[in-house]
Design a protein around this ligand. Structure first.
Ligand code: MTE
Ligand code: MO
Length: 403
């Protein structure tokens, strides 16, 4: 059993698969703190958690435009300036459960409910500083002055491997890696502590605003390349297919037709969901006059969450929520989420029903708008995709008021 040495997990991290472990926090706990406590931060593992001795850890940097280097953990901590970056991670497959019904089968695990999204303050060194140390002209490239034709991507490889020796991997565009405002990190701290084993101990990549899949844990190699990562996680899992591409008609053979029309996800769309009241909860009493809603909202690409509207009638009427973001982030670097809250008065007819002893079920919804005025879509049908990625339609919470 290759998972025997996996770490202990908090019972409030609800598993959706056990081997490899994928778990999402109890949703109602996500709004208790701005930064998600490390033990509640969602976990998405594709393989067993590797056991790495920090004294033996090495990071290899190689590829085009750089001279091959090896760094120990101590090198990373002492040779470079340390930075802290607050960012939300979301699995590109978050909310996959919503895409599965009798008409639509999704052929990829796990079927997240909604909680594959969490926020931490990461401490580490800038990827661009490490690439510069290895000889890359990161400044020239970031300014667009230098544009080597054969340097397009930075690939990451993890220390976690499958039975055949294949390691987890993914890549980000070189522009993200060298951008001085991109905040791409090689992180060794999470909320002030060493990275927990589940989150990549001792070093992981952080690519703020990008899908969780690119933020390689247990980082072993950084490879500057003309190509994207060739792993299945880059090439197959996290592609956005058109709704008519299904497993039966296309994906059972690889490559499917029209692969060129199925972009590989990097930055993610605007997302929000209600955490409180919890799904299927029973709340309130006879004399309730209002209901308080809490949730989280985030947009990929560093785009700011400008507004979140909430509804208790399934989206017929909306009210803007109060936004909460206790840290300052600047234009197009809004890597970390915004929490929201609003107290909505119950309409008179609902109050009347409650007073007369009748139950009322609320259909609570949120919709966020980001700084390019994109809004979450109402339904998922037009966005259905066979890999189940970037799912961001309105999340409905049913909550029963029981007098
Ligand atoms: N890195 C390695 N080495 N192995 C993995 O399985 N999973 C990826 C990414 N990095 C993964 C990885 C995916 S799909 C996601 S969503 C994030 O890590 C999850 O990070 P977390 O478990 O710290 O929340
Ligand atoms: Mo993911």
């Amino acid at each position: 059993d290759m998972f025997e040495t996996d770490p202990y997990r908090d019972p409030n991290l609800l598993p959706c698969t056990k081997k490899p472990f994928c778990g999402e926090p109890r949703l109602e706990m996500l709004t208790n703190d701005y930064y998600t406590p490390n033990e509640l931060f969602y976990v998405r593992n594709h393989l067993a958690v590797p056991e790495i001795d920090p004294d033996e850890y090495v990071l290899i940097v190689k590829g085009k435009g750089v001279k091959k280097h090896k760094f120990t953990l101590q090198d990373l901590k002492t040779k470079f300036k340390k930075y802290e970056v607050s960012t939300t991670l979301q699995c590109a497959g978050n909310r996959r459960e919503d895409l599965v019904d009798e008409n639509h089968q999704i052929f990829i695990a796990p079927h997240w409910v909604v909680g594959a999204m969490s926020t931490a303050k990461w401490g580490g060194v800038r990827l661009r500083d490490v690439l510069k140390e290895c000889g890359l002209d990161a400044d020239g490239m970031a300014m667009g002055d230098v544009n080597p034709k054969d340097i397009h991507h930075v690939q990451f490889e993890g220390y976690d491997t499958d039975e055949t020796g294949q390691c987890y991997g993914g890549s980000i565009p070189i522009d993200k890696a060298v951008d001085p405002l991109g905040d791409a990190l090689l992180a060794f701290e999470m909320n002030g502590d060493p990275l927990p084993r589940d989150h990549g101990y001792p070093v992981r990549a952080i690519a703020p605003g990008h899908a969780g899949a690119r933020q390689c844990k247990w980082l072993h190699k950084v490879i500057v390349s003309d190509k994207e990562s060739q792993t299945s996680w880059q090439q197959k899992s996290y592609r956005g297919f058109a709704p008519d591409i299904t497993f039966e008609n296309q994906l059972s053979h690889w490559p499917p037709k029209r692969l060129d029309q199925a972009p590989i996800v990097q930055e993610m769309p605007v997302q929000s969901f209600v955490c409180n009241p919890p799904q299927n909860s029973v709340i309130g009493g006879k004399s309730a006059t209002d209901v308080t809603i809490k949730g989280v909202a985030w947009s990929g690409g560093g785009r700011k969450v400008e507004r979140v509207d909430v509804s208790i009638d399934g989206g017929k009427t909306w009210t803007a929520a109060e936004l909460y973001k206790p840290i300052e982030q600047r234009r197009n670097r809004h890597w970390a989420w915004t929490q929201f809250t609003q107290t909505i008065p119950l309409p008179e007819e609902i109050q009347k029903k409650l007073r007369s002893g009748q139950n009322v079920t609320l259909d609570i919804v949120s919709k966020a708008m980001n700084s390019d005025f994109n809004l979450q879509p109402e339904t998922m049908e037009p966005y259905w995709n066979a890999r189940g990625i970037c799912i961001n339609h309105w999340y409905h919470v049913k909550s029963m008021m029981d007098p």
